[in-house]
Design a protein. Structure first.
Length: 101
């Protein structure tokens, strides 16, 4: 992420053995690239980023008032927490931390 330059960027590149995936989070595009040729592009033009937070809050309130079931159950939440804590521990120790489900 680059918020300091005049033309800020928010992007991510994932490299694999058969190519790479380039995500442009500012322009809402994902490109799949193989042998330096774009083979697939995904785009979310017109997506209002703030809506995801509003929808998340609405869902949370519906769960609190028993109008909806949570999209994530307790077991999934615990797995997410274990992964996050393992990542934190791995960063601190510099070692691979295995996560037990």
């Amino acid at each position: 992420m680059d918020y300091l330059q005049k033309n800020n960027r928010r992007s991510c590149i994932v490299y694999g053995s058969k190519g790479r995936i380039e995500a442009d989070l500012k322009n809402l595009t994902i490109n799949v690239i193989k042998n330096d040729s774009k083979i697939k592009e995904y785009s979310w033009k017109g997506f209002e980023r703030n809506n995801q937070f509003i929808n998340q809050l609405k869902h949370f309130l519906k769960v609190i008032y028993n109008k909806e079931n949570s999209m994530v159950d307790l077991d999934e939440g615990l797995v997410s927490l274990k992964i996050a804590l393992a990542a934190k521990s791995s960063l601190k120790s510099g070692k691979v931390i295995k996560v037990k489900y």
